[in-house]
Design a protein around this ligand. Structure first.
Ligand code: SGN
Ligand code: CA
Length: 534
């Protein structure tokens, strides 16, 4: 066979691979490579209660919901340590905090940890990350990244890039998406698979929505959660001493967006980390903001003299949710832009799309905002995954999965063997309907950042589908047990109820076995306390 004939055969085989006829729709679909693309979408502090696929009470999120409609909704997805940077470290390494070392937001991430993007990059994947990482150091294993420094800003944010810092004018959620789409459209090789981490800052505190949505959401009122006025009666010390109460710890300036002048005029003592001068807005953006928030200030001045603790709590709750949910409306729109791009470019069929948050959040349950506790709202995290032709559309999955599982899942999706020391389980059997290969019956949790902001005490515990046991330690030694089926809102701590004596003994035993399985121990607890003191 001569050279030209051989070349023409090679070209025709390649073009057959690149152009597969979709028999059902008759459309011509670009299949440029065999391996699936991976898009990991994560927002920051996005409570499952604020996604309509889970709960329609507070907000309609049609685009995020699309992922569940076309794929799978996990109703029992949790994190191993409900705080930002540690959650991200668990996701990247597939190892619990006590093993990867990033136990809290303050400690440094040990960059000798092997992360799944590094492995995928070596395996031929193109890798990119845009948005919030919050690590203190740059991510390894990425061809390109543009990340926010620390928490980042909502308005006119600064980004760290491989070519130095850049400030981009506009709204962070839109910009993060613009950067993501620009990379997908213009700077990747269509002949290679990609793994993209598209990471929103929203809806992180102090909740600054875009103009469109603060105009819309400041007009809304929301139903009150059942436990808004929780008195923590059956619970231990940790719930009572935590500093994340809407009434006492949420700042009227920082969080509720009253001006320092308003608060001073009313004679209220109030802290503000954000400070209204630090909104980082241009004069024009600020003028539009003031046109909406100015009247809210005036209205508050009239109401405040007749308010009591309960009416003030409700006012703060409404203000909180208006801004928190307003930031989510932008996330939802922008997720829609990315999903549309995948559909328009016929990339959707060969792309697995994950939507999750770095942890859950309290939207007034137990009177709280913030996270950190192993209680339901912050332990649980939203998880929606679509993977056409692999996941059947519209499935709800109640198995106990964790952020610990992503690394091994993505490696299996890419056909790469995961390192043996990763501690999660690949979700692929659940995604592809092979549930018989899934046998996890308990998940482990360990929170460390104490003493610190919000004063949530150190604790660890396990949850099974039926029960949750928690041990608070360091400056207390207290246990709590919840019957998850009978008491899903976790208001009855039954640790001392004689009826649960056998369950307590079994759960303590199981907790010890789980700690051993994951190589956590009292020695390590003490080690991290010593390190924290330094
Ligand atoms: C900031 C927030 C806290 C929040 C931490 C951690 N305070 O410090 O409310 O718990 O981030 O959040 S603020 O006054 O600066 O808004 S995390 O998601 O990054 O872990
Ligand atoms: Ca977070």
């Amino acid at each position: 066979m001569n050279y030209f004939k051989l070349l023409s055969i090679v070209i025709s085989v390649l073009s057959m691979l690149a152009c597969k006829q979709d028999k059902t729709s008759g459309k011509t679909e670009q299949v440029t490579h065999e391996k699936p693309n991976i898009i990991f979408i994560m927002s920051d502090d996005h409570a499952y209660q604020a996604i309509s696929a889970y709960d329609k009470t507070l907000i309609h999120t049609p685009n995020i919901d699309r992922i569940a409609e076309e794929g799978m909704l996990f109703t029992n997805a949790t994190v191993t340590n409900s705080i930002c940077a540690p959650s991200r470290a668990v996701i990247l390494t597939g190892k619990h905090s006590h093993i990867n070392g990033k136990i809290d937001n303050l400690s440094e991430f040990d960059t000798t940890n092997v992360t799944f993007p590094q492995i995928l990059q070596k395996a031929g994947y193109q890798t990119a990350m845009f948005g919030k990482l919050h690590f203190g150091n740059n991510p390894k294993g990425f061809d390109e990244f543009k990340i926010l420094p620390g928490q980042g800003d909502y308005y006119n944010p600064r980004f760290i890039t491989q070519k130095g810092d850049t400030i981009i004018e506009g709204y962070v959620t839109d910009i993060t998406t613009d950067l993501t789409l620009d990379w997908m459209k213009n700077r990747r090789d269509p002949n290679k698979p990609f793994m993209l981490m598209y990471l929103h800052k929203a809806p992180h505190r102090a909740w600054l929505p875009s103009e469109k949505y603060y105009k819309e959401f400041t007009q809304k009122t929301f139903p009150l959660p059942e436990t808004l006025f929780d008195d923590y009666k059956t619970r231990g010390t940790a719930t009572k001493t935590a500093e994340m109460g809407i009434l006492k710890h949420m700042s009227l300036i920082n969080d509720n967006k009253l001006t320092p002048e308003t608060v001073r005029e009313l004679g209220i003592e109030q802290w503000s980390k954000l400070g209204e001068s630090l909104y980082g807005m241009t004069a024009e953006q600020r003028a539009s903001w003031d046109a909406v928030y100015g009247p809210i200030n005036e209205d508050f001045k009239k109401r405040y003299p007749s308010m009591n603790d309960s009416t003030l709590t409700v006012w703060k709750y409404q203000r909180y949710l208006q801004d928190y949910l307003g930031t989510i409306a932008s996330v939802d729109d922008n997720v829609g832009r990315v999903l549309d791009y995948l559909d328009d470019e016929k990339l959707a069929d060969n792309t697995i799309v994950v939507y999750t948050s770095d942890q859950g959040f309290y939207l007034g349950e137990h009177g709280w905002f913030d996270k950190r506790f192993m209680y339901n709202e912050s332990f649980k995290t939203p998880l929606l995954i679509k993977w056409p032709n692999k996941i059947k559309p519209g499935i709800t999955e109640d198995e106990m999965v964790q952020n610990l599982d992503f690394a091994q899942t993505f490696l299996e999706v890419a056909g790469v063997t995961a390192p043996k020391d990763m501690q999660g389980e690949s979700l692929v059997p659940l995604l592809t309907g092979k549930k018989e290969h899934w046998d996890r019956d308990a998940v482990y949790y360990h929170y460390y950042e104490y003493p610190a902001e919000h004063a949530v005490k150190r604790h660890y515990g396990i949850a099974t589908k039926d029960y949750k046991i928690i041990h608070f330690y360091y400056d207390v030694d207290e246990w709590e047990l919840y019957d998850r089926k009978k008491d899903p809102k976790e208001i009855n701590n039954v640790i001392n109820d004689p009826e649960y004596a056998t369950v307590v003994a079994e759960m303590k035993q199981k907790l010890q076995e789980t700690r051993e399985k994951y190589k956590d121990s009292e020695t390590l607890d003490k080690h991290y306390i010593e390190l924290y003191k330094k």
